[in-house]
Design a protein around this ligand. Structure first.
Ligand code: PGA
Length: 251
């Protein structure tokens, strides 16, 4: 299984900035990315075509959207469909990032619809899950993971290819805070995610990648991806510079 090193640029970067960052990243990892590693950049919609053009032809590098809307087309002002994303070169999309859940108000059900619709329309989907600090303090980590996985994977097409479903465990309290989760916390949560995946998809669970996200940096990435059931990382802040993300990609 290839480790997936994913960047999430959120609402940062004009096209010129995106181009410069992607070019720097590519120049630093070209010819160095191990066979068993994949790099994905999730960029804002306006930068997708630009970043896609830089990544094109670079083995092991793919383009992702940060979101999608679960419909083919129609009167959905401000939204974007999987077909439109594929048209600009995306092969991945994120669904259910905690910022979309908490700021935009996305529900577990909507996130599940996005995952299912994206997969059915040929995108690989990165389903983001994770508990808030209050939920952790209340001892509800497993309850939250269970609920978010159950709803997020509810309508996944039965014949899905396991590599196209990715779960990113991102404890909300570790995102953008510099407070990376402890190794025991990561191992415990990822082990629980794997168990839950085995319940839902007994035959495919071992091939579904589980990423860790939340304050991943060049200095902590190698330790994190060496942990049990950690099949890659989803990186926000430290992915915004080509140099630091190249260190993560090659860690
Ligand atoms: P961070 O963000 O790396 O800045 O903590 C992670 C994410 O939001 O995916």
């Amino acid at each position: 299984m290839k480790k997936l090193m994913a960047a999430n640029w959120k609402m940062y970067k004009t096209r010129a900035e995106a181009k410069a960052t992607a070019e720097e990243l590519v120049s630093r990892i070209k010819g160095k990315l191990p066979e068993d590693r994949e790099v994905v950049i999730a960029a804002p919609y306006t930068a997708l075509a630009t970043v896609g053009a830089v990544l094109e032809g670079n083995a092991g590098c793919s383009l992702s959207a940060e979101n999608l809307y679960p419909a083919e087309q129609g009167a959905f002002t401000g939204e974007i469909s999987p077909a439109m994303l594929k048209d600009v070169g995306c092969t991945y999309a994120l669904a259910g990032h905690s910022e979309r859940r908490s700021i935009i108000g996305e529900t577990d059900e909507l996130v599940g619809e996005k995952v299912a619709f994206g997969l059915a329309n040929g995108l690989s989907m990165i389903l983001c899950i994770g508990e808030t600090i209050d939920e952790r303090k209340a001892g509800e980590v497993q309850k939250v993971i269970d609920r978010q996985l159950e709803a997020g994977l509810k309508d996944v097409p039965a014949d899905f290819v396991p590599e196209t479903v990715v779960v990113a465990y991102e404890p909300v309290w570790a995102i953008g805070t510099g407070e990376v989760a402890g190794e025991d916390e990561i191992v415990e949560a990822h082990g629980f995610v794997r168990k839950k995946l085995e319940n839902i998809f007994p035959e495919k669970a071992s091939e579904i990648r589980i990423l860790y996200g939340g304050s991943v940096k060049p200095g902590n990435c190698a330790q994190i991806i060496a942990l049990d059931n950690v099949d890659g990382v989803l990186v926000g802040g430290a992915s915004l510079e080509g140099e630091s993300f190249s260190q993560i990609a090659l860690a």
